[in-house]
Design a protein around this ligand. Structure first.
Ligand code: NAD
Ligand code: DAU
Length: 335
């Protein structure tokens, strides 16, 4: 199989490429990535010399280049996006451009080149927020209700993908997944930010009351879900993907990390809340389980331990990131 992967130098995309090349060594992968601040070829050192792996630096908004590069692919697996909610609040423009316009460009290329399959990677944030005092989860029938420029742009991209399916017969699958964590996650997101700040002896910023709840998904479980969808998923369908544990408030996530790292709770610093902050996410992944036999195999306890160890063992990777333009972002965001 020839895979055209967008955003393969980012967190989930690089985990996916490493996972895929180990499991399916005969397959050929083109990793098409613009290398924004979030793209990092260090993540792919293990495969860079593999003859079945090709890296192309490019912008998914460039129609001519995307048309040329997707020609001959058996599948497009679309990860590329601006992915951080806080950055979308500071400046929505790149989110509109990459997440909406870029997805449209890829859809046009998929039609033009008659690509047999298009898998769109999306987020549970398109569904908005659940309240704390209910057991409700996002299901296949939950209506869209995005609250941040990031989630609104991802919602738009989802609608475009489905519209191309309905209108032009584009053969697609789509997945909406919950908060990923694991190796190679950019240290602007809560878990890697907390781990690396603790190692550096810095405070860990907790937004608002810290009682926001996310549905944590170990990134390898996510890769396995996409694998199952690519190989067995029904064209035209959407699959919801989530983790094993469902009710961990942010403050408990932080305290869990603090305990495991032998740190002190005095590192916790409550800071100004995120505007439009979604209270709770939770995923009902019954459909993908019943239909494709997938379920998340990592508990939060296992996943967080593996993640902490990875960041402890790979300090150069994240110190290089944190020493650059990251510092300007950090000052602006946490001033
Ligand atoms: P990331 O920010 O770590 O990586 C994004 C990658 O896309 C980077 O390599 C970047 O260089 C590339 N990119 C950005 N703009 C581009 C453009 N115009 N052209 C080509 N490449 C471009 O993101 P991530 O956390 O790995 O997320 C991957 C996908 O999964 C995104 O679509 C995101 O919305 C979705 N998602 C992420 C999570 C999560 O918890 N991280 C959860 C649900 C869904
Ligand atoms: O739900 C899936 C989404 O998960 C993905 O679509 C996004 O790409 C991904 O970034 C993530 O979004 P979140 O906004 O949920 O992730 P983040 O790590 O930024 O925040 C997780 C929670 O922690 C959220 O409630 C905000 C809070 N938080 C975050 C940061 C960065 C803090 O309390 N302090 C912080 O410094």
């Amino acid at each position: 199989m020839r895979l055209f992967v967008t955003g393969g130098a980012g967190f989930i995309g690089s985990n996916f490429i490493l996972y895929w090349m180990k499991k399916y060594p005969e397959d050929k992968i083109i990793n098409f990535d613009k290398l924004t601040y979030a793209g990092n070829l260090e993540n792919l050192k293990e495969v860079e010399k593999n003859q079945n792996y090709t890296f192309v630096q490019g912008d998914i908004c460039n129609q001519e280049l995307v048309n040329a590069q997707t020609n001959g692919a058996d599948i497009i697996v679309h990860f590329a996006a601006e992915s951080h909610v806080d950055r979308s609040i500071l400046d929505a423009s790149p989110f509109i451009q990459t997440n909406i316009v870029g997805t449209h460009v890829l859809l046009e290329a998929a039609l033009k080149n008659k690509i047999p399959r298009f898998h769109h990677v999306s987020t549970d944030e398109v569904f908005g927020a659940l309240s704390l005092n209910s057991d409700k989860k996002f299901t296949d029938d939950t209506p869209y209700d995005p609250h941040s420029p990031y989630s609104a742009s991802k919602a738009s991209s989802d609608h475009l993908v489905r519209a191309y399916g309905d209108t032009y017969g584009l053969p697609f699958t789509l997945s909406n997944c919950s908060n990923n964590y694991g190796p190679y996650q950019f240290p602007e997101k809560l878990i890697p930010l907390a781990i690396t700040n603790i190692i550096e002896g810095k405070k860990v910023p907790v937004y608002g009351d810290g009682l926001y709840v996310r549905d944590w998904l170990y990134v390898v479980d996510h890769c396995e879900a996409i694998d199952a969808i690519i190989h067995k998923g029904t064209l035209g369908k959407t699959y919801l993907v989530g983790g094993q544990d469902r009710t961990i408030p942010n403050i408990e996530v932080i305290k869990n990390i603090i305990t495991r790292m032998d740190a002190d709770e005095s590192v916790i610093e409550y800071v100004k809340d995120r505007p439009g902050h979604d209270r709770r996410y939770a995923i009902d992944w019954t459909t993908i389980h019943n239909e494709l036999g997938w379920s998340p195999s990592h508990s939060f306890e296992e996943g967080i331990l593996a993640t902490i160890n990875w960041f402890k063992d790979n300090t150069t990777w994240w110190k290089n990131i944190k020493s650059g333009a990251y510092q300007d972002y950090y000052k602006t965001q946490y001033k």
